[in-house]
Design a binder for this molecule. Structure first.
Ligand code: SIN
Length: 499
């Protein structure tokens, strides 16, 4: 669309949430009795990455465990670039989050009626709560979705793409502009919560759905909010590699729990190569495993995850989601090794928020992967992401009950046209970021990426949503250039000695 249609003004709500994943729906539920409107791209509760989460929810529930031990593991994974206060709040909230989800009807895996606690890489204790083996996100979203649909204070509006934040003359955020497929809508609110996920889907290969393309963060950037830590993107080592190497988009995740259960990584000769790479072999930190796989693939050797001996016939019962995805791709993991590739998985950075989820713009809050709340530092500990969305979403909802900001003034006209990037530019951007701003970066490649993004920006209408996305990509690349050392998930091949 290149013309600006007339807008339909929806009645004001007290709270407007953009995004209907774990963070958005937790905020909405906890904000009762505030009048909350939730905008989502797809069907609510099926909107973003939460549904796809196979890993579980980390919570210090074991007899030998404590929130302080969970916090220590979180800080170590984040290379101590985390905010310790935020980490302490997160880990202290975890047990309450599990209780709350159970009161909403979520079922977690149990033995003899006791919650089963799994162990994942870089956790010093068994503290991961799962549902149906590898379908925790789907179960959590089932429960949150049902509760949200039943809640009288929540209005769920699907098939809306937010294209700009509505701001008054003082730049206070007073709502959002959304494209409903036919027309532009204005949804005014006293508080706007960005819960739109991360930008892993900007990359060519990702474990995330297409909605996690950074467009939410792009809105915040365009409105003048501070974004931070955009250089920290976590790549999962094991997504199911597509038969067509040039394929773009979401790939099925092969959960790390498979390696936890003894599955091994082998090259095309059947050799286990992680033994020579790290003392923890397949259970080495995620970025170490991902780079080892990427190096072999770059050198022309396919890499496989072999679960035949360790899991074998139990695969369908223990990992039903992964099993279904493999069978759909024509691979029977009971009898065949699974081809794997690293894929962009999680973004530690985002909209800078304080301890009450406030952004640097009045009226705008951010939560979940859209936010840089300080909990993840340079690298996220496994199974802390659902936890963050749920715990900080609930906190934010309660904050908005106690302290809803005053409304702003009349919004300025919509500053954007709904004009996404052309499909070929979008695909080229995904390939460019994958090649030059991916798992391994260097100044030369990042400079190339920055220059190409500038060229695309020159060809894009400055007031279009596509230009906002390019400006966001440029900001991420600039953050990667600015951090010259390697730390956590940010790996510079031209500075490896500093790692
Ligand atoms: C996984 O199951 O391997 C992913 C878990 C996570 O990213 O937290």
């Amino acid at each position: 669309m290149s013309t600006q249609p007339a807008f339909i003004a929806g009645p004001p709500s007290e709270v407007l949430v953009i995004g209907a994943g774990a963070a958005g729906l937790s905020t909405a539920l906890a904000a009762a009795p505030r009048a909350v409107r939730v905008l989502s791209l797809a069907e609510p509760a099926r909107d973003g990455a939460s549904t796809w989460a196979q890993g579980g929810i980390a919570a210090a529930l074991g007899a030998q465990d404590s929130p302080a031990l969970h916090a220590a593991d979180t800080l170590a994974a984040g290379q101590h670039l985390n905010q310790p206060d935020a980490v302490a709040r997160l880990t202290a909230a975890a047990a309450g989050v599990i209780d709350w989800l159970q009161t909403l009807g979520a079922h977690f895996d149990r033995r003899d009626d006791v919650l089963l606690l799994g162990r994942e890489a870089a956790h010093g204790q068994a503290r991961i709560v799962h549902a149906h083996g590898d379908a925790t996100g789907a179960e959590v979203m089932r429960a949150l979705g049902a509760a949200s649909r039943a809640a009288r204070h929540i209005e769920l509006l699907a098939a809306r793409r937010a294209i700009a934040l509505a701001q008054d003359a003082s730049a206070r955020v007073v709502g959002a502009w959304a494209w409903n497929g036919h027309a532009l809508e204005l949804w005014p609110a006293r508080a706007v919560v960005l819960a739109s996920g991360g930008y892993a889907a900007l990359y060519r290969s990702t474990t995330n759905p297409a909605a996690s393309d950074g467009s939410g963060m792009a809105l915040a950037l365009a409105a003048g909010a501070r974004l931070t830590d955009l250089e920290f993107v976590q790549f999962h080592p094991t997504a199911l590699a597509p038969a067509d190497a040039a394929r773009n988009g979401q790939l099925p995740l092969l959960t790390e729990a498979l390696r936890g259960a003894g599955a091994t990584l082998i090259d095309r000769h059947g050799q286990r190569f992680m033994l020579a790479e790290h003392a923890l072999a397949e259970l080495a930190p995620r970025d170490v495993v991902a780079r080892a796989i990427a190096a072999r693939r770059l050198a022309g050797s396919a890499v496989f995850l072999d679960a035949r001996a360790a899991i074998g016939a139990e695969f369908p019962q223990r990992f039903p989601t992964v099993f279904a995805a493999c069978m759909q791709a024509g691979i029977d993991p009971r009898a065949q090794p699974m081809p794997v590739t690293p894929a962009a998985h999680y973004c530690m950075g985002g909209v800078f928020t304080d301890d009450r989820a406030r952004s640097t713009l009045d009226g705008l809050y951010a939560v979940g992967e859209a936010a840089a709340s300080g909990v993840h530092g340079a690298n996220r500990l496994a199974s802390n992401s659902l936890l963050e969305g749920l715990a900080f979403g609930r906190d934010l909802g309660l904050t908005l009950v106690a302290d809803l900001p005053r409304g702003g003034e009349t919004p300025q006209p919509c500053p954007r046209r709904h004009q996404p990037l052309a499909a070929d530019v979008r695909a080229e951007l995904a390939a460019l970021l994958w090649a030059q701003a991916g798992l391994v970066r260097c100044e030369q490649g990042l400079a190339l990426a920055a220059a190409q993004i500038e060229r695309w920006l020159d060809q894009q209408a400055a007031d279009s949503s596509g230009a906002d996305l390019l400006r966001f990509a440029a900001a991420a690349v600039a953050a990667m250039r600015a951090r010259r050392d390697s730390i956590g998930a940010h790996w510079r091949s031209d500075a490896q000695q500093a790692a």
